[in-house]
Design a protein around this ligand. Structure first.
Ligand SMILES: [Zn+2]
Length: 205
């Protein structure tokens, strides 16, 4: 019934899965490394289905305004050219994936992968209607990326078992999930998302 022209094109957006946010990093998010397996499962599924895969990354100069010594709230992290800025070494980053660098100038921070980047334009150019969002951290960059995607008119699936939060306050992640869902994101688990992108029901959940 649905013609090819109207099947929503899907994209995977993996948020900030960088060494500094993973176990042992400068701003490690608890449990981040547990996401490796489901993240790689998703990446492979999207690759197999020839749907685009995006990786966002914090890409800060050494004097970035989000760092404590420069008036910010965070320890230095994801500084361009340092190992901490690299993607997790076990994360599968296909050669044809899109890498979106954000917060690249000293005076601006960006929690959203859309903020100050061409992510929205690239998704539109590819005809993407629905984005699957996963990665780090639930209460900051995942949340803001999801909210911006919705505001830009994309359908959003939040891969709920594929995110981890900082939780400066214990309830931060739960509150972030609540605000993403009430803004219109729909939750999905990684296995189901991988199945739906690869299966014959791309319009399904
Ligand atoms: Zn940052």
């Amino acid at each position: 019934m649905v013609s090819h022209g109207t099947v929503p094109r899907l994209a995977l957006v993996v948020v900030d899965f960088q060494r500094d946010f993973c176990d042992g990093g400068a701003l490690a998010v608890r449990g981040a490394d547990e996401l490796l397996q489901p993240l790689n499962l998703l990446v492979r599924a999207f690759e197999r289905a020839r749907q685009p895969v995006f990786f966002t990354r914090d890409w800060h100069p050494p004097n970035h305004c989000s760092f404590r010594n420069y008036g910010g709230a965070w320890p230095p992290h994801c500084v361009v050219g340092t190992p901490g800025a690299q993607f997790h070494p076990l994360l599968e980053v296909p050669k044809d994936a899109f890498v979106i660098s954000k917060a690249t100038s000293a005076d601006k921070d960006a929690y959203s992968g859309f903020q100050g980047t061409d992510l929205g334009r690239r998704l539109r150019r590819l005809g993407v209607r629905r984005v699957y969002v996963c990665g780090l951290a639930t209460d900051y960059c995942v949340k803001n990326t999801v909210l911006d995607a919705l505001a830009l008119g994309f359908e959003v699936r939040l891969v709920a078992d594929c995110i981890r939060g900082v939780n400066l306050k214990r309830t931060d992640s739960a509150n972030a999930v609540r605000s993403m869902l009430s803004a219109g994101a729909k939750p999905v688990v990684a296995v189901r998302a991988a199945k739906s992108v690869g299966g014959d029901s791309a319009g399904g959940n």
